[in-house]
Design a protein around this ligand. Structure first.
Ligand SMILES: C[S@@+](CC[C@H](N)C(=O)[O-])C[C@H]1O[C@@H](n2cnc3c(N)ncnc32)[C@H](O)[C@@H]1O
Length: 225
C-alpha cells in the first residue's frame, strides 16, 4: 500500500464506559502473548486475500492491522469502544495503511448497501447482542460477490460447552460482553451469506473457554453488476 493516511472521526472524544475502559486496559497485554504464540499467523492467513475497499468491524486495539496486504486500497475500522479507538489511532500512526477509524455498531452499520469489497471480523461475534442482525448487516454492506473474512472463538464440544455455559455470565462481566458459548457457525449458516470455506482451529491460549476457533470465508451471493 502506498498511502500513509490515518484518519479518525470526531466521535473518538466520546467517553468509554467503565466496562469498556477496563477491557481496553487488560485485553491488549493478555492477547499480545496469544498473538506471539500463533494467533498472529491465524490473522495473517485470514486476511491474506483482502483487497479493494475493506471494512473491519470491532477492530479493538488493532491486532489485525499488521496483516492487511498491499492489495487493500481503503480500510475502514469500526470500533464502538472509545478507549480502543484511541489505541487504534496510536497504532495506525506507525503504519503505512490507508485507514480510517470510526465509531459504530455491527447491528446498524452506517454505510450504504454494497459499499465494500471485503468485510472482516475477528473475535467479534462473541460480543454482539444479536449475531443474526450483525451478519445481515455484513451481507448488506458487501457488494454482490464480496467476501466476509472471519475468525471467531466459538462454543466447543459437550464438555467444553458445559464449562463455557458455566463461565459465560462471569466472562461477559469481565470482558465487556464476551460470551464464551456463542454458536457462531450456526448463525453464519442461517445468514444470507454463503460459506465458502471454514476451518476449525485452536486459539493458542491457556484460557480453555476461548480455545475453539473457526476461521474462514463467506460470500455475498451474486455478481457485481
Ligand atoms: C474480543 S474484542 C476483539 C478485538 C479485535 N477484533 C481483535 O481481534 O483483537 C471484541 C471487539 O468487538 C467490539 N464490539 C463489541 N460489540 C460490538 C458491536 N455491537 N459492534 C461493533 N463492535 C463491537 C468491542 O469493542 C471489541 O473491540
Amino acid at each position: 500500500m502506498t498511502t500513509t493516511t490515518a484518519r479518525t472521526t470526531a466521535s473518538t472524544t466520546a467517553t468509554a464506559t467503565r466496562s469498556q475502559r477496563q477491557f481496553a486496559g487488560w485485553y491488549p497485554s493478555m492477547m499480545e502473548r496469544v498473538e506471539r504464540a500463533g494467533q498472529s499467523r491465524i490473522r495473517h492467513d485470514q486476511l491474506a486475500v483482502a483487497s479493494g475497499r475493506v471494512l473491519e468491524i470491532g477492530a479493538g486495539n488493532g491486532f489485525s492491522l499488521d496483516h492487511y496486504p498491499a492489495t487493500v486500497d481503503d480500510l475502514v475500522l469500526v470500533e464502538p469502544n472509545p478507549a480502543f479507538r484511541e489505541q487504534l489511532r496510536h497504532r495506525l500512526a506507525g503504519l503505512a495503511l490507508p485507514a480510517e477509524v470510526r465509531d459504530g455498531d455491527a447491528h446498524d452499520l452506517a454505510f450504504p448497501d454494497a459499499s465494500f469489497d471485503v468485510v472482516t471480523a475477528s473475535l467479534l461475534f462473541c460480543s454482539v447482542d444479536d449475531p443474526a442482525r450483525a451478519l445481515a448487516e455484513v451481507h448488506r454492506v458487501l457488494r454482490p460477490g464480496g467476501r466476509f473474512l472471519f475468525h471467531e472463538h466459538v462454543r466447543g464440544g459437550p464438555l467444553r460447552g458445559a464449562l463455557q455455559d458455566l463461565v459465560t455470565p462471569l466472562q461477559r462481566r469481565l470482558a465487556d460482553g464476551c460470551r464464551a458459548n456463542r454458536r457462531f457457525e450456526e448463525h453464519l449458516h442461517a445468514s444470507p451469506l454463503e460459506v465458502a470455506s471454514i476451518s476449525h482451529l485452536r486459539m493458542p491460549t491457556w484460557l480453555p473457554t476461548i480455545v475453539p476457533l473457526v476461521v474462514g470465508t463467506a460470500v455475498r451471493p451474486g455478481r457485481t453488476p
